[in-house]
Design a protein. Structure first.
Length: 134
């Protein structure tokens, strides 16, 4: 789940306001030829994270990757916690839930399940899920 197979979600890692992507690996010299950086204001967070890939060669690919990392490490996360009845016992980690409020128009959103616990004494399922951002 740490790679969020469906989209960007919680538990990706600590927040960071500086992200660096190193790409264009030169195998003959054992060095990265290029890097791009994003720096932004993030409410008191002052941390840098660096990511590398030997297989990303194009600047366009690296910039798309950097944008995805920005969504994972720098944007706010919306988390829902709910207790569900037994008919939802089939919910598993990484499932995508369509959550909406019946009285609020436009409240529909997709959430990815990140934590599940079953309470067999009270026949209930507790679920924590994070709103998908891409």
């Amino acid at each position: 789940l740490t790679e969020a197979p469906v989209g960007s979600a919680l538990f990706e890692g600590a927040k960071a306001n500086k992200l660096v992507v190193r790409y264009g690996y030169a195998f003959h010299s054992d060095q990265y030829a290029n890097s791009i950086r994003a720096v932004f204001s993030l409410g008191g967070v002052n941390a840098e994270r660096e990511f590398t890939s030997k297989w990303v060669l194009a600047t366009l690919t690296a910039s798309l990757w950097l944008n995805n990392l920005r969504m994972k490490y720098a944007m706010a996360k919306e988390i829902v916690s709910m207790t569900l009845p037994p008919q939802f016992f089939g919910i598993e980690l990484a499932d995508v839930l369509d959550v909406r409020h019946p009285m609020l128009v436009g409240s529909r959103a997709l959430y990815q399940v990140k934590r599940v616990s079953m309470d067999l004494e009270h026949w209930a399922l507790s679920v924590n899920a994070v709103k998908l951002v891409n």
